[in-house]
Design a protein around this ligand. Structure first.
Ligand SMILES: *[C@@H]1O[C@H](CO)[C@@H](O)[C@H](O)[C@H]1NC(C)=O
Ligand SMILES: *[C@@H]1O[C@H](CO)[C@@H](O)[C@H](O)[C@H]1NC(C)=O
Ligand SMILES: *[C@@H]1O[C@H](CO)[C@@H](O)[C@H](O)[C@H]1NC(C)=O
Ligand SMILES: *[C@@H]1O[C@H](CO)[C@@H](O)[C@H](O)[C@H]1NC(C)=O
Ligand SMILES: *[C@@H]1O[C@H](CO)[C@@H](O)[C@H](O)[C@H]1NC(C)=O
Ligand SMILES: *[C@@H]1O[C@H](CO)[C@@H](O)[C@H](O)[C@H]1NC(C)=O
Length: 228
């Protein structure tokens, strides 16, 4: 191959690599999970697509301005899994007190089979209820925790369970209330340095090296974000 041809060849190769790089749309209302150092992101609402499924390999060094996303969106025909597998939902009948219905919550899970929900949106009205409820999935009972110093009601936030079973709530405005489940108290974590723009409907995961990665969401001024 002559020098000239080689240059043309590498030029096209670069061209292909640049254009083959998958760049997901900004989105909100999606979900993410971290498995084997890969951050998988699924669904959400963007201007063009709501079925995308993609990941970022976070074991590699990455530049925040040029993320190497990998697209896994399934484009083939829908599989018919057949009727031999029993796929059904059952209603759980809990006993005793229970929280009022709500949306736009994020559920945190503890190591002992319990889950926690906090605040949220109530029948689409801005009804402030900064209540924290814990559901024991084994006894099927709810309990209301009246922990002092609870943050103002938040909605479309993300809850992250930390290794010590404390729950960190990431919400709007960008504050970091922490529920300490062992002492049943709230405190606010103070951060240093710049903070990301505040947002709703984003996704968040905790990494094994104790970082939290957030992606996308809807900002205070309703613009849709695509930043990590
Ligand atoms: C669960 O309860 C809802 C509301 O009462 C009802 O519409 C639904 O059919 C129930 N589902 C099952 C699987 O029993
Ligand atoms: C809900 O009401 C509180 C207090 O009036 C206000 O600060 C907050 O911005 C409202 N939230 C929404 C989503 O409208
Ligand atoms: C929390 O407050 C509610 C309402 O005031 C009360 O009914 C409930 O017993 C309290 N729960 C605890 C664990 O103190
Ligand atoms: C499970 O753990 C949570 C958080 O520490 C606690 O609030 C709850 O009471 C525990 N549930 C049981 C059944 O021990
Ligand atoms: C964060 O700062 C506030 C105000 O300075 C302080 O009251 C609070 O104790 C701090 N929180 C923590 C977890 O250190
Ligand atoms: C909306 O907020 C986002 C995030 O803070 C910012 O990047 C963007 O410039 C803002 N857009 C407008 C129109 O103010």
């Amino acid at each position: 191959m002559s020098y000239f041809n080689f240059n043309i060849f590498t030029f096209f190769l670069n061209f292909i690599f640049i254009f083959a790089n998958f760049i997901p749309d900004s989105r909100w209302g999606h979900t993410s999970v971290l498995v084997d150092k890969k951050l998988y992101i699924s669904g959400g609402l963007s201007l063009t697509n709501w079925k995308e499924f993609f990941y970022l390999d976070v074991s590699q060094h990455f530049a925040i301005t040029a993320l190497q996303w990998n697209d896994l969106t399934f484009t083939g025909p829908t599989l018919d899994v057949g009727s031999s597998i029993k796929q059904q939902w059952a209603n759980v009948t809990n006993v005793g007190n229970q929280p009022t219905g709500r949306s736009q919550i994020s559920c945190a899970k503890f190591g002992n089979g319990s889950i926690a929900i906090f605040a949220g949106y109530f029948n689409y009205v801005n009804d402030s209820k900064n209540d924290l409820w814990i559901f024991d999935s084994l006894a099927l009972t709810w309990s209301l925790k009246n922990a002092s110093n609870a943050p103002p009601d938040i909605w479309a936030y993300r809850a992250i369970t930390l290794p010590d079973d404390a729950i960190l709530y990431i919400g709007v405005p960008f504050m970091l209330p922490l529920y300490d489940s062992t002492t049943n108290t709230w405190k606010n974590l103070n951060t240093t340095g710049p903070t990301p723009p505040s947002r709703h409907y984003f996704s968040a995961v905790l990494t094994s090296d104790k970082r939290i990665k957030i992606f996308g969401g809807s900002s205070d001024n309703s613009s849709i974000l695509g930043d990590l």
